[in-house]
Design a protein. Structure first.
Length: 223
C-alpha cells in the first residue's frame, strides 16, 4: 500500500473494516462449520474478534484465531493445521477481496463436491505481452505476444478437499517451493483444478487508489 495504509484489511470502508465484508458473505452463506481466521498481529486480531462478536455471534464459537507468517503460504499452512479432520472442504479466501458474494460461495461448494479442487477466476481480456528482453527493463523492449484466450486471472475463494490441499502444502514445504496461491500448490502435484468464471467485480486491494474503487463497488453492490 506504498506506506499510505498501515493495514488494508482493518481500514474502514463505508464505516466497516474491509475484513467485515468477507466475514459477512461467509457467515451469511450458512455453508461454514468452522472458521480459521489468520491475523497479522494482536491489534488486528482484536479488531476482527470484536466484529465477529458484535455482528455474527452465531459463528463466534466456531472461529479459531491463527497467527500468520511472513509469507502467504506460511499463513495458509498455519491455518490448515488447525482445521478439524471432520471438515471435508476448505475455502481459502483473501480478505483483501471484499466483494465476494454468497452466490459465489454456493457455486464453489457445488463444484468442489464433484471436482475436489476449484477456483473463482476471470478471463483475461487485455492484450498481453511478455517482455523477453529483461523483466525489469522498460525501454526498447523485445516483446512477445501471449495468447490471451488461454489466460485466466486467479481470484479467491479457492476451494479444495481438506486432505488434498493439506497434502499439497506439505509438499510445498517439504520441497522448499514458493507458491503465490493455493491453486499453484495443487498443480505442483499434477491435480487438475476447475474454474468458475466470475462475471462480477472481485478486485484485490493492492494500492491506495483501490480503496476508492472498492468503496464505489460496495456502494453499488447488487447482492
Amino acid at each position: 500500500m506504498r506506506g499510505e495504509v498501515e493495514d488494508k484489511i482493518s481500514i474502514n470502508v463505508l464505516n466497516f473494516p474491509v475484513f467485515f465484508y468477507s466475514l459477512k458473505a461467509f457467515a451469511e452463506s450458512d455453508k461454514m462449520d468452522f472458521f480459521a481466521v489468520v491475523y497479522r498481529n494482536e491489534i488486528q486480531r482484536e479488531i476482527f474478534q470484536k466484529l465477529v462478536e458484535a455482528y455474527f455471534p452465531k459463528i463466534s464459537g466456531y472461529v479459531k484465531w491463527v497467527q500468520g507468517g511472513d509469507a502467504r503460504q506460511i499463513s495458509v499452512f498455519n491455518a490448515l493445521q488447525v482445521i478439524p479432520e471432520t471438515i471435508e472442504y476448505v475455502f481459502i479466501h483473501d480478505c483483501a477481496r471484499p466483494l465476494i458474494q454468497t452466490k459465489h460461495i454456493d457455486a464453489l461448494e457445488t463444484t468442489v463436491k464433484k471436482d475436489k479442487a476449484v477456483t473463482l477466476a476471470h478471463h483475461i481480456t487485455d492484450t498481453v505481452k511478455r517482455n523477453v528482453s529483461h523483466s525489469n527493463r522498460l525501454y526498447r523492449c523485445e516483446l512477445e505476444d501471449v495468447d490471451r484466450d488461454t489466460l485466466w486471472a486467479m481470484e479467491t475463494p479457492q476451494v479444495f478437499e481438506r486432505q488434498l490441499i493439506y497434502d499439497a502444502y506439505k509438499n510445498v514445504f517439504d520441497n522448499n517451493k514458493l507458491v503465490t496461491d493455493d491453486v499453484s500448490a495443487v498443480l505442483l502435484q499434477k491435480i487438475p483444478v476447475s474454474i468458475i468464471e466470475n462475471f462480477d467485480p472481485n478486485p484485490k486491494i493492492t494500492y491506495p487508489i483501490d480503496l476508492q474503487y472498492i468503496q464505489f463497488l460496495l456502494e453499488n453492490k447488487v447482492s
